[in-house]
Design a protein around this ligand. Structure first.
Ligand SMILES: [Zn+2]
Length: 202
C-alpha cells in the first residue's frame, strides 16, 4: 500500500454533497504528496463505478483560466457523478501533467512565443506527460472499486488503469472549447492521441 487514508468529511457543492477523503502518498519518491477523493454512494466490486481521474490544474481549476479545459472538465465530472447518484472523482496533485506549477507557467510563456504545449515541454527538457496513475489503484481499492466507467478522452489513462488491473469502459468527457484553448485541444488530439470531440461540447 503506497497510500494512507488520513481524513474524511462531508463536502456540500453546487451539484451534490460529496464525501471528501484525504490521502497521503507514502512512497519514497512522492515527498508526502496529498491527494483527494470526492465520493458519492457506496460501491461493490461487481458493479462498474463512474470515475473521473482529475489531475490538479491550479490555473484552470481555481483561477478560471481559459487556456485549457481542466476547470470545465472538473465541473462536468462532478455534475455527471451527481446526476448518476454515485461515483468517485480522484483529485491528484500532479500539476501541469506532472511538471509542476512553475514549469507550467514557463511552458505557457514559451507558448506565447509560438510553441505548442508539447514543443514547450520539450524545450524545457520535460516529457509531454509526466503523470503517474499508480496511486489510483490504492485509492480506488480503498472504496472497493475494481471495475470503472472512466470519464476521459485520454487513452493513456485507460491503458494505465487496465495495467493496474481494473476493468475499464471509457465514456466521452469532452467539454465545449473556447477561442483560447482550441489550439491546445487540437495539439492534445493530434500529438498526444486524445479522443476529444472538438466543437461538439458536452
Ligand atoms: Zn488545465
Amino acid at each position: 500500500m503506497n497510500i494512507k487514508h488520513e481524513a474524511s468529511c462531508s463536502l456540500p457543492t453546487r451539484w451534490a454533497t460529496f464525501e471528501l477523503h484525504a490521502f497521503t502518498d507514502t512512497s519514497a519518491e512522492s515527498n508526502g504528496k496529498e491527494h483527494l477523493a470526492l465520493v458519492l454512494g457506496k460501491f461493490n466490486p461487481q458493479t462498474p463505478t463512474l470515475v473521473r481521474i482529475h489531475s490538479e490544474c491550479m490555473t484552470g481549476d481555481a483561477l478560471f483560466s481559459l487556456k485549457c479545459d481542466c476547470g470545465l472538465q472538473l465541473e462536468s465530472a462532478l455534475e455527471k457523478i451527481a446526476a448518476a447518484g454515485h461515483g468517485i472523482l480522484l483529485y491528484l496533485r500532479q500539476e501541469g501533467r506532472g511538471i509542476g506549477l512553475v514549469n507550467k507557467i514557463l511552458a505557457y510563456g514559451l507558448q506565447e512565443k509560438g510553441a505548442d504545449t508539447v514543443q514547450a515541454n520539450r524545450m524545457l527538457g520535460l516529457a509531454d506527460d509526466m503523470r503517474n496513475y499508480s496511486v489510483c489503484k490504492s485509492m480506488l481499492e480503498y472504496f472497493n472499486v475494481h471495475a470503472v466507467q472512466l470519464l476521459s478522452n485520454n487513452p493513456d489513462k485507460v491503458a494505465a488503469l487496465e495495467k493496474l488491473g481494473f476493468q475499464v469502459q471509457r465514456l466521452d468527457h469532452s467539454v465545449r472549447p473556447n477561442p483560447f484553448n482550441q489550439e491546445y485541444l487540437q495539439t492534445k488530439e493530434q500529438k498526444m492521441g486524445h479522443l476529444g470531440k472538438l466543437g461538439q461540447g458536452g
